[in-house]
Ligand binder design. Structure first.
Ligand SMILES: Nc1ncnc2c1ncn2[C@@H]1O[C@H](COP(=O)(O)OP(=O)(O)O)[C@@H](O)[C@H]1O
Ligand SMILES: [Mg+2]
Length: 261
């Protein structure tokens, strides 16, 4: 798995200039005075073997290459984001390229940093899968349930994952499309409140593939940065550029070329 810098060979210099503008804009955002969140962990942390079953990185040498790749993306996002916590949307060019895999592990890479916490939000309302892969039982519902019934309260749909500092908001009841939710003021208010509650909390939106549905593009409006996942040897350069054209250049953090099994 490799992260392709957008300044790379096939992208114009214009984009690298806009990337710097994005980082600058974020620096300008008013700085938060919230103290670092120290979350209480329930139960023990998962063992490396359990993490591998969940297709997740850990700190052992055996997965070093992958964890380094995710740390690299983390470094890049942090360089763009400056001193503020931010919202990153992860979307695939086409289904099954591994965007949920990348979103989950990127969130884990942020959680590895003791000074940060991360919150993964499953926004693939049609095919929600993070709770299944991560072995989380969404007993109090998820994002869609909160949109339908705000009285549930945000806190009750934030679940522990067995990975210290990493929480999950499952998608909840599945729907054909999330467009009407994602454009709503309520959704924006939920994201803003999740982001501003803890200054050290980084949000990751796991979106549906760009191809064939408007949700990914709509979700990009809620995010500071977009990471696009391309299936290595599967998505053609044409399909990748087409996918990238849907997003504001100043939000694009890069393209991850992932080889799904
Ligand atoms: N680099 C990888 N290494 C191991 N497993 C992977 C990798 N990329 C994807 N997978 C697995 O492939 C399957 C499809 O990936 P997923 O992230 O669900 O794709 P998408 O969200 O793009 O549809 C999942 O079972 C996922 O765990
Ligand atoms: Mg997915």
């Amino acid at each position: 798995m490799t992260m392709k810098n957008l300044e790379g060979d096939n992208m114009s210099d214009r984009i690298s200039e806009v990337l710097q503008t994005a980082a600058h804009n974020l620096e300008l955002r008013k700085s938060s005075s919230q103290s670092i969140a120290r979350m209480h962990e329930q139960g023990g942390a998962l063992a490396p073997i359990q993490l591998e079953q969940r297709r997740m990185i850990h700190r052992e040498e055996s997965v070093r290459q992958q964890s380094d790749a995710f740390r690299e993306i983390r470094t890049r996002l942090l360089a763009m984001g400056g001193h503020e916590n931010f919202v990153t949307l992860v979307v695939a060019v086409s289904p099954h390229s591994g965007s949920s895999f990348v979103a989950r592990n990127l969130a884990a890479a942020f959680a590895f940093d003791e000074a940060k916490t991360s919150l993964l939000i499953d926004c693939n309302v049609r095919y929600p899968n993070q709770h299944k892969v991560m072995g989380v039982e969404p007993t109090h519902g998820g994002l869609i349930d909160l949109m339908d019934h705000p009285a549930i309260g945000i806190e009750s749909i934030i679940y522990h994952t067995g990975v210290p500092h990493l929480r999950l908001i499952p998608a909840g009841k599945s729907r054909e499309s999330g467009s009407e939710y994602f454009t709503s003021h309520r959704m924006r208010a939920v994201i803003d409140s999740l982001r501003s509650r803890y200054a050290d909390r980084y949000l990751f939106l796991d979106g549906p593939a760009i191809k064939g549905a408007p949700d990914a593009r709509i979700l990009a409006d809620l995010a500071d940065f977009v990471v696009v996942v391309a299936g290595y040897g599967k998505d053609t350069p044409g399909a990748i550029s087409q996918a990238l054209s849907h997003f504001e250049p100043n939000k694009l953090a890069g393209v991850v070329f992932n080889q799904a099994p």
